[in-house]
Design a protein around this ligand. Structure first.
Ligand SMILES: NC(=O)c1ccc[n+]([C@@H]2O[C@H](COP(=O)([O-])OP(=O)(O)OC[C@H]3O[C@@H](n4cnc5c(N)ncnc54)[C@H](OP(=O)(O)O)[C@@H]3O)[C@@H](O)[C@H]2O)c1
Length: 336
């Protein structure tokens, strides 16, 4: 296939390009080349999608499949305007952040209401706390649906991606923390749901979709597991098969200014109340349609290899060790 990745210079887009290249496809990535570089062996066409005519350097070219990862509605719109008539299959990579209901477990694309699309004047998803991210992705989906026939459009609402080249501090926090050993602060309850997907497994599924003409709207995440299973699998994957986990309940953590999800003082994979459904979606349809997630232990081992090989590329965030030790000490002394 001739495949065009709109993006392709970082994490998921790079993984798509890498796998496509390895499978013998003819791969073009279109990006500015600012965030990163595409993998060896693929063509980079330098484009700036902030310019409505930015994709004109691809004029006259035809592709069997396009994969677009954009977060900006204007980029999604200009891409379909420029390319819709010269492309076979179209994949738009969306996100589970499009859902208005993040509290109800077991949701599917058909059962979960969406956020309202970002208003026309909003094109930057990065507002305060990524405020417009989900709404911009909804607007991107609408722009793509408007121009691409449903029988050749694959909308993949990705969940939490893990694996090498992760630009976030979320999974890398746990890989580093469990590899370091000692007493580990584990947040919330052991049986709370967690749901992840290795970036290469999602990339492989996107290529499978392009190759088989899969159409429709799916969540792209692995099966629901628990935080205890995930932490145990990460520990096993990084060579610490007997982690010393101390589970600390959520209220206690919040009282001690430990934060959910990612960033400073965060314990990633732990969510605030109201997000009980976010990592507990029913992905039976995706698994039946070819998504094949590898074990979390393998993902942890891969991620650790990358973190050791490229330490400067790893995002450093999450609860620092001194603060973790203080919270654990207070937890052990509570009620005394
Ligand atoms: N990470 C997660 O856990 C997660 C979870 C759910 C969904 N997702 C979704 O998964 C996708 C991740 O994609 P990704 O990993 O490839 O990262 P990304 O950060 O979405 O990549 C954006 C790509 O677009 C390019 N780009 C940005 N601005 C551009 C411009 N003005 N003109 C041309 N190109 C531009 C970037 O390259 P240059 O900057 O070099 O131009 C980069 O290659 C996104 O759709 C995200 O919403 C991610």
């Amino acid at each position: 296939m001739r495949i065009l990745v709109l993006g392709g210079t970082v994490f998921l887009g790079r993984a798509v390009a890498r796998l496509a290249r390895a499978a013998g496809h003819d791969v073009t990535c279109a990006a500015r080349g600012v965030s990163g570089r595409p993998v060896d062996g693929v063509r980079l066409v330098v484009v700036d999608r902030d310019d409505p005519a930015g994709l004109s350097s691809l004029d006259g070219e035809r592709f069997d499949a396009v994969v677009d990862v954009t977060r900006r509605p204007s980029h999604a719109r200009h891409a379909v305007d420029a390319l819709a008539d010269r492309v076979g299959h179209w994949t738009y990579v969306s996100t589970i952040s499009v859902y208005a209901d993040q509290a109800t477990p077991g949701g599917t694309p058909a059962s979960t209401p969406l956020l309202a699309p970002a208003p026309p004047e909003v094109d930057d998803p990065s507002g305060p706390n990524g405020h417009w991210y989900g709404a911009c992705k909804v607007a991107c989906e609408l722009a793509v649906r408007d121009r691409i026939a449903a029988d050749r459009l694959f909308i993949c609402r990705a969940g939490l991606l893990i694996g090498p080249e992760d630009p976030s501090d979320r999974f890398p926090y746990w890989v580093a923390r469990l590899a370091a050993g000692g007493e580990v602060l584990a947040p919330g309850a052991p049986d709370e749901p967690v749901q992840l997907v290795h970036v290469a497994d999602l990339a492989g599924w996107l290529l499978h979709a392009a190759g088989t003409g899969l159409a429709g709207c799916f969540d792209g995440i692995g099966p629901v597991t628990t935080r205890a299973e995930v932490l145990a699998a990460i520990a096993a994957g990084v060579g610490q098969p007997q982690p010393r986990l101390t589970w600390v309940d959520g209220d206690f953590l919040r009282e001690h200014d430990v934060r959910p999800w990612s960033g400073e003082r965060a314990l990633p994979l732990w969510l605030e109340p109201g997000y009980e459904g976010m990592l507990a979606r029913d992905v039976g349809a995706a698994l039946a349609a070819g998504l094949t997630p590898r074990p979390v232990a393998e993902a942890a081992a891969d991620t650790r290899r990358w973190m050791l090989a490229e330490p400067a590329a790893v995002a450093r965030g999450g609860l620092d060790r001194a603060s973790e030790a203080r919270v654990l000490r207070d937890w052990h002394h509570r009620g005394r």
